[in-house]
Every structure is written in C-alpha cells, then in structure tokens.
Design a protein around this ligand. Structure first.
Ligand SMILES: *Cc1c(COP(=O)(O)O)cnc(C)c1O
Length: 377
C-alpha cells in the first residue's frame, strides 16, 4: 500500500450511531441533524450564523450571489482573489457575472496584502481570501485594507476548520466564511460545507435561495400544525444547496475530534520541519505567522525539479500532491496569465507531502529520507 497525500479518518461506530438516529426517526434530509450541526458549529467557531450546505462550492456560490444581489453590485464589478486555490473559489466569482481580479501571493501561500492593494480599483467590491493549508497568512492586513477601502471580505475557509489565531477562531471580520467538510478536508463527511454569514438577513436569504427560493422548509412545517402548513411561497429562482441529516450526523461526530486530530496534524508537521529545515538551500518551507495555530490541512514544501521529485517519491510508494496549479492557466482566467509571478513560481515548485491521521512517526521519517536523498543529488 502506498502512502497517500490524504486519507480521511472516521469515528466509525459513533458515526453509525448518529446515522442510525436519522434512519430510526425517518428523517435523513434537511432539518433534524443539520440543525444540530449548525448549532454545534456556531458554538465551536463563535460565528453568529451557520447554514449547512451540500458543499463549500455551493456555499461559495451562494455567498457571492447573495452579496452581489444585496449590495447591488453589477456585472463586471471586481473581486480580488488568489490564483493559487481550488478552482471553486474563483468560479464562484466568475459565475456570478463579476470579474476575478488576480493578486499575487506571498511566502505564506496566501494573498499578499501589498499586491492586493495594488489591484484595488473603482470597481473593486470585495476581497476573497483563502487560508491555504489552514494558514492565516496576512489575513488581518487584508481585514484592514477592506476597512480602509470599504470593501467586503469573503473568507474561503475550506482548509481552516479548527485554525486559531491567538487562541480564537478567525472569521468574525468577514461578511461570509465558507468551510468545507469534503472527504479529505480536516472535518471529513463525504461532501458538505458551512456558509457563515455575519448578517442574519443574508443567512435567511441563503436558506431560501439554497432551497429553490422556497420560504419555509419542510422541517419547520413538520413541527408546526394547522391546515395551511403545506402552503409556501417561492420568492427566488434558487438552487438546491442545502445539506442533509446523514452528512450532518457524520459531521457532528467528527467535530468532537477536530481539535484532537488537528493537534496530531501539527505534530506530523513538526516532525517534517525538524528534518527538512536542515536543508534550507534545497527545501523551502511555508511561512506560518507565529500567532497562528494552523489546522495544518496541508504540509507544503517548495523545491526545484518538483515534477521529478514526485516521480521519485511515487517509485517509493509515496503519493504526494500539488496544491494548486496557478488558476490563470485555465481558459476562462487566461486574461490574467503572467500577472502573478509568485503564484506561477509556487505552482511549479510546490509539493504537498502526505498529511493525514494514519501517518506515523516512522512514515514521516521514511518520506523525509526520500525527499532528502533526492534534493542532495
Ligand atoms: C475543497 C475546497 C473547496 C471546495 O470544497 P467542496 O466542499 O469540495 O465544494 C473550496 N475552496 C478550497 C480552497 C478548497 O480546498
């Protein structure tokens, strides 16, 4: 068996117990466990609102669409974003009819505040920040930029479940925070996510648009009585974005173990760093601000001859990953090609070493041996 870059770990018996409750109650859809999970997530993060969705992608799409609609942003208005992310971050902007303006990244792999500032124009409405690998990067400088220039902040926190800064979960500064509970993220379900608006009115709108525009969900209706409980109005032409109780049941269990799991991820990252920091010429490590306790979704290194290193590791049954290809290579974002040299450089040199709960100290030593052997040639 090879060592994969990711491998989800589930608390199987507890998950099955929670799922059993859904099946016995006869309620597997929206409501019941989704409500419980939303409450648990608000308590865990300290965020005011949480709408459980079927993926972070659905959450991002809703966030941008609703902010655009409620703020009166126009087609062609701009949102500044990063080229080094999973494509759904930028598709959410593009699909809404707004323009993705790419700013460059810094050695935290996240947006560089300096580059962001240089890209602000009269048409800029928002900044989309992605905490790559769970890193907070220079998020608080971006928060300040948003305040100075009166811009809306959206936080793609897909990697950030459990990240803390000075002991506190970040996100209260953003208008919308979106988490992913996709199978290989830090809080794995199978597919789902959370959309956390700061404003309760937007949360309410999201709940309607996320269910085709219908203004009363069936769970609320089922707990009300009276002759007219089946009547509802349809206020928007919406999507079907909400999560379901089976996924939420898994999420509720996994949330109990999120901090424990992230602590072990940080332990793995420390083992990697101990070994790899001895080769600063050949192996660059990602900068994590010292006040950031990262969820450590990824452990990334920057090396020359990255593609050959992948092949060398594959030959030793190690399967690393790459996060991410510079998004400006894709046809719909090609207009920005060459505008973010750091992102282009990193996308060609960055490598994600295996990072998951099944890794042992010996696995990490074995992986480091092979990486070091390669870079010393
Ligand atoms: C995984 C990911 C997403 C999308 O998450 P899904 O839940 O799979 O839709 C969005 N942004 C980033 C940065 C991601 O890594």
């Amino acid at each position: 068996m090879s060592i994969q870059v990711f491998r989800p770990k589930f608390e199987v018996d507890e998950c099955l117990d929670e799922i059993r409750k859904c099946l016995e109650k006869g309620w597997t859809g929206m409501g019941f466990k989704t409500v419980e999970f939303e409450e648990a997530w608000k308590k865990y993060t300290g965020l005011s609102f949480a709408y459980y969705v079927n993926s972070a992608t659905a959450g991002l799409y809703l966030a941008v669409e609703i902010l655009k609609q409620e703020h009166g942003w126009q087609d062609g208005d701009e949102i500044i974003s990063t080229p080094l992310t999973f494509i759904s971050t930028n598709h959410a902007i593009h699909r809404s009819g707004m323009k993705v303006v790419f700013a460059d990244i810094d050695d935290t792999m996240c947006l560089s505040p300096k580059s962001v500032e240089e890209h602000i124009t009269e048409k800029t409405r928002a900044i989309m920040f992605v905490g790559i690998g769970g890193n907070i990067g220079h998020y608080y400088d971006i928060v300040n930029l948003c305040q100075t220039h009166n811009l809306t902040l959206i936080l793609d926190a897909a990697h950030m479940s459990g990240t803390r800064v000075n002991g506190i979960i970040p996100g209260k500064e953003a208008e919308a925070v979106i988490y992913s509970y996709q199978a290989v993220k830090n809080l794995p379900t199978a597919d789902s996510g959370m959309l956390c608006f700061r404003n309760g009115k937007l949360d309410e709108i999201a709940r309607k648009i996320g269910w085709l525009g219908i203004n009363k969900d069936t769970y609320t209706r089922s707990t009300n009585s009276g002759n007219y409980k089946w009547r509802y109005n349809v206020e928007y032409v919406g999507d079907k974005s909400h999560g379901n109780s089976i996924m939420a049941a898994i999420g509720l269990v996994q949330l109990r173990y999120l901090d424990r799991d992230n602590a072990y991820r940080r332990q793995i990252a420390n083992w990697y760093r101990e070994r790899l920091k001895k080769y600063p010429e050949q192996i660059k490590l990602v900068t994590i601000p010292k006040e950031c306790e990262s969820s450590t979704h990824l452990f990334q290194i920057i090396v020359d001859h990255r593609d050959e290193l992948i092949l060398a590791l594959n030959a030793k049954n190690i399967a690393p990953g790459v996060h991410y290809a510079d998004n400006t290579i894709y046809p719909m974002y090609q207009y920005a090609q060459g505008t973010c040299p750091q992102a282009t450089y990193f996308s060609e040199h960055v490598l994600s070493l295996p990072m998951h709960m099944e890794l042992t100290y010996d696995d990490v030593q074995y992986i480091c041996d092979e990486v070091i052997k390669f870079v010393k040639q």
